[in-house]
Design a protein around this ligand. Structure first.
Ligand code: HEC
Ligand code: HEC
Ligand code: HEC
Length: 380
């Protein structure tokens, strides 16, 4: 054989071998990709399943067993899921939505969930997306009075009542300055804050709707109007507890002071204790006192409640709470799962689409507190 032919043969063998290596690497890579994709799916499935457990324990009572909504908005909703990034869900769930019933869940805000837990529950909610029904969004109308309530609980501690300014932060209700800047400018400052100058970043703490309520308040100030917040002890307690969760005892003390101007009887006594605890720097003690009060708020009288019950509830729920047209209330898991304040809200609103009509305009808060105290006697 000529040396050239030998050389050509060797080259050919070399080429074939190289080809074989390339092909086998390709097969390996493919297998590796499959393996990684499989591992990622497994990982996501585990996340979703852990998230489901958390959701069932913590979220069902307000957002519904299938995410259909209730006290809280529907989460199993194509529009919400399409328009909300995981990072937004993550931050809303961590910090809650102040001055609403949506609690803060992160351990950083005094809640029970770690960041990993929150990611799990976000993955669970996200898994609804492919099958989520289209639910028309609730039309939201920004409201200056709601903004004023939020402002008094969250901003007034630095910016003063009605935005009049304090030594901690500038006046906001200055008509000339308000007229020189537009709503978008205010949205931007409120969302991003100026952390270096002592103005906190609110975009990660407040919901977009809450920012719009604040903008409505700013619009009212621009017109020179004064907007009175509609104080209620329920709101003030919620704000005070939220402020303590944010490590902001000064703001909490302001809320307690306000609540004292409207509270009476046993609850005023408890509020005075909380104020004393805050004054002495015992923030943990104050948080405990206020949380206990919130759990029992409003405190009613079961004897008067029995009379309210027999007039207004017996026809549907039975004189012994055994049920009839309405469900049994003696005992009843919904009553047990809700605080007194949540029960008041429920009884005022009723359950649309069922025979359970709301009592707004028929029973006042005192009567509702009484009937709830009466229903509690039936719960183990
Ligand atoms: C006590 C009632 C309550 C519980 C419990 C609750 N939520 Fe909420 N949630 C609400 C309310 C009320 C809102 C609406 C707040 C507002 O007005 O912006 C809300 C809002 C939300 C939003 C924002 C939805 C949107 O469309 O902007 C998410 C996400 C959410 N909740 C997730 C959760 C998760 C996850 C849990 C359980 C870990 C949970 N919630 C438990 C009451 C609750
Ligand atoms: C911890 C104190 C603090 C709280 C709470 C606070 N702010 Fe501020 N805010 C400041 C300070 C300080 C400035 C001035 C920053 C600077 O000098 O640039 C400011 C500036 C602003 C400005 C810009 C004012 C202007 O004319 O330049 C707006 C708007 C504003 N805050 C809105 C709010 C709203 C709304 C809230 C409640 C959600 C709030 N702030 C809560 C401290 C606070
Ligand atoms: C006209 C009939 C009717 C009257 C009057 C009525 N209810 Fe109901 N109630 C119902 C029905 C029906 C339901 C169940 C709604 C549903 O299908 O979810 C219900 C549900 C409830 C629930 C929620 C229970 C659960 O497990 O979800 C509570 C609590 C309740 N009612 C309390 C009261 C109280 C307190 C009164 C009186 C102040 C009252 N109801 C008056 C018909 C009535």
């Amino acid at each position: 054989m000529k040396p050239e032919a030998n050389y050509a043969r060797l080259t050919l063998i070399g080429l074939v071998l190289t080809l074989l290596v390339i092909i086998s690497l390709g097969i390996y890579w493919n297998a590796e990709e499959d393996r990684l994709a499989h591992a990622a799916r497994e990982f996501t499935n585990e996340r979703i399943s852990r998230g489901r457990t958390i959701y069932n324990e913590q979220c069902v009572s307000c957002h519904g067993a299938q995410g259909e909504g209730g006290v809280g908005p529907a989460l199993n909703n194509r529009t919400v899921l399409k328009n909300t990034l995981d990072s937004v869900f993550f931050s809303v769930i961590r910090s809650g939505v102040p001055s609403t019933q949506m609690p803060a869940w992160s351990v950083d805000f005094g809640g029970p969930l770690t960041d990993e837990d929150v990611r799990d529950v976000v993955a669970f909610i996200r898994a609804w997306e492919p099958t989520a029904p289209e639910i028309a969004p609730v039309v939201f109308t920004p409201d200056a009075a709601r903004g004023a309530l939020l402002f008094s609980g969250t901003c007034a501690v630095c910016h003063g009542e009605n935005g009049a300014g304090t030594d901690k932060a500038p006046k906001l209700n200055d008509v000339a300055r308000l007229n020189s800047l537009d709503d978008d400018w205010y949205r931007g400052v409120i969302r991003s804050g100026r952390p270096a100058k002592g103005m906190p970043t609110w975009g990660t703490v407040l919901s977009p709707n809450q920012v719009e309520d604040l903008i409505a308040l700013i619009d009212a100030w621009r017109e020179g109007a004064q907007v009175q917040p509609n104080f209620s002890i329920t709101n003030l307690l919620e704000n005070a507890i939220f402020s303590l969760g944010q490590d902001d005892p000064a703001s909490a003390a302001l809320q307690v002071e306000r609540a004292l101007t409207v509270a009476s009887g046993a609850s005023a006594e408890v509020l005075r204790n909380a104020a004393a605890q805050l004054a002495s720097g015992d923030n943990a003690g104050a948080l405990e006192t206020l949380t206990a009060l919130q759990e029992q708020w409003p405190m009613g009288d079961p004897t008067s409640g029995a009379a309210v019950y027999s007039t207004y509830c017996t026809p549907c729920h039975g004189s012994q709470g055994e049920g009839g047209i309405g469900v049994a209330l003696n005992p009843n898991p919904f009553v047990q799962a809700n605080t007194n304040a949540q029960m008041v809200e429920f009884l005022l609103a009723g359950r649309p689409g069922t025979a359970m009509a709301g009592f707004k305009g028929r029973l006042d808060e005192g009567q509702l507190a009484d009937v709830i105290a009466f229903l509690r006697l039936w719960q183990p």
